[in-house]
Design a binder for this molecule. Structure first.
Ligand SMILES: Cc1cc2nc3c(=O)[nH]c(=O)nc-3n(C[C@H](O)[C@H](O)[C@H](O)COP(=O)(O)OP(=O)(O)OC[C@H]3O[C@@H](n4cnc5c(N)ncnc54)[C@H](O)[C@@H]3O)c2cc1C
Length: 413
């Protein structure tokens, strides 16, 4: 059985893969642990690439998960520059161009890759995506020279880059197919708060249009033709139109994939010796399946698999949370709020210190907090402990989230 495995092989050296190895050791796993990573650099964090690192406030060595020596000290073998090409499930072996390795348990932590813009001109010089450290190096160098920036896609990464481009004084146009910014993850109220912030900082937001063509001269981008016919000049185009999970390896090994490697509530694939976690995994929540692209999800799923492999299996029920920084607004989200239907705002929108509390079908499902870290932590506690919250109570004058939590926990004790 996998639970008594001797050699855990992790494919993927991102948040999920590295955390699996570290958690196994924290939990006393005495067997062999190997992390195989296609990246050529030691494992690093992605979130700063569009935030502090892009601004120059975080150095390169501030990106590393752990000092390189930690892995050796912990008996974790990290092999970089290894792109696994095949899983031989019968032989329990992973193979790559120059080698192979046997596993007793295999953890797929393959991450995702940015979606490519499907239009003419997408390969012109000056068109950038942001996913890896080398993408970030190229983008930061391009920003140093840029004057007119078009960001395609008003998701988290696109908007963080847009904010940095404005901070540097570039003209910025954000092109978004949907009706509002960060639509996939946020309530309309929060989208509109951040849209106002970007506009106030001087960015132009074009909604309900897509990039029809990237225009160029001598192989270099010069602008974007939009679906409504407008032409927007640009010497730098940044695409942030979402990611696709890396599933090919799993699919070719006969594992079920459907917008991610399909796993059960214990994060096992159809093969009990193979788990899948992080950005690449599609897992069940209530009556549906979701795939999350967040550090919290990658880390918590890694911990859960490490717990199972060391004899403490449990179902994955962690509260999702996420954060973003844009124009001095630190947004922290807890729960899944995008399709909520009832909202109550606590705090002051005018002072940019508020929380949108969210319900779906009468059930409290989470909160989105701007510059209110205390609210964010409290919402996470409410969700984790299943503490009910009534919209009418939350809307009453003098309502305090922390007091509500304290009373609820006191009453339960
Ligand atoms: C610019 C940027 C900003 C972000 N900001 C935030 C944020 O503010 N908050 C937040 O919560 N999340 C943020 N995210 C998302 C977060 O970084 C991801 O959710 C997280 O990295 C997922 O971890 P993962 O281990 O599942 O995947 P990844 O970190 O993508 O790691 C996957 C690893 O698998 C390797 N790999 C893939 N295929 C193979 C193969 N065949 N063989 C060997 N190795 C392979 C890859 O090289 C990579 O090392 C951001 C992401 C980006 C790109």
């Amino acid at each position: 059985m996998s639970e008594t495995a001797e050699h855990v092989v992790v494919v993927g050296g991102g948040h999920a893969g590295v955390q699996t190895a570290l958690s196994l050791r924290e939990r006393g796993w005495a067997g062999r642990v190997t992390v195989l990573s296609a990246d050529h650099e030691p494992p690093y964090e992605r979130p700063p690439l569009s935030k502090g690192w892009l601004k120059g406030a975080v150095e390169d060595d501030g990106l590393a998960f752990r000092p390189a020596a930690t892995y050796a000290e912990q008996g974790i073998e990290v092999r970089t520059g290894v792109r696994v090409e095949r899983i031989e499930r019968t032989a329990r072996e992973v193979r790559w161009a120059a080698g192979s390795l046997r596993y007793d348990h295999l953890v797929l932590a393959l991450g995702a890759r940015p979606r490519r813009l499907p239009v003419t001109g997408a390969d012109l010089i000056g068109v950038h995506a942001l996913h890896t450290h080398s993408d970030a190096l190229a983008l930061r160098a391009a920003l140093d020279r840029a004057r007119s920036v078009v960001v395609i896609g008003a998701g988290f990464i696109g908007l963080e880059v847009a904010a940095e481009a404005r901070r540097r004084g570039c003209d910025v146009v954000v092109v978004e197919a949907g009706e509002r910014v960060m639509q996939r993850a946020l309530t309309p109220l929060m989208s509109s708060f951040f849209a106002d912030r970007h506009r106030a900082a001087g960015a132009d937001l074009a909604h309900g249009v897509v990039a029809a063509e990237l225009l160029g001269r001598d192989g270099r981008v010069t602008g974007v033709r939009l679906s409504d016919g407008r032409r927007v000049p640009a010497d730098l185009v940044v695409t942030g139109i979402g990611v696709e999970p890396n599933c090919d390896l799993a699919r070719e090994a006969g594992l079920h994939c459907d917008d991610g490697v399909v796993v059960d509530e214990h994060l096992r694939t159809g093969d009990p010796r193979i788990s899948a976690i992080g950005d690449c995994a599609s897992f069940p929540v209530d009556q549906r399946r979701i795939r999350l692209e967040s550090v919290q999800n990658a880390v918590d799923q890694a911990r859960l698999v490490a717990a199972r492999l060391t004899g403490e299996p449990r179902a994955y029920r962690e509260v999702p949370w996420f954060w973003t920084d844009q124009h001095g607004g630190k947004l922290q989200m807890a729960g899944l709020t995008a399709d909520s239907d009832t909202h109550v705002v606590v705090g002051s929108v005018d002072d940019a210190r508020f929380t949108v509390l969210c319900w779906r079908a009468g059930v409290f499902v989470g909160g989105e907090s701007v510059n209110r870290p205390g609210d964010h932590i409290t919402v996470r506690r409410l969700l984790a402990d299943g503490v009910p919250l009534d919209p009418a109570a939350a809307a009453a004058p003098g309502f305090e989230l922390k007091t509500h939590l304290r009373h609820a926990l006191g009453a339960a004790a």
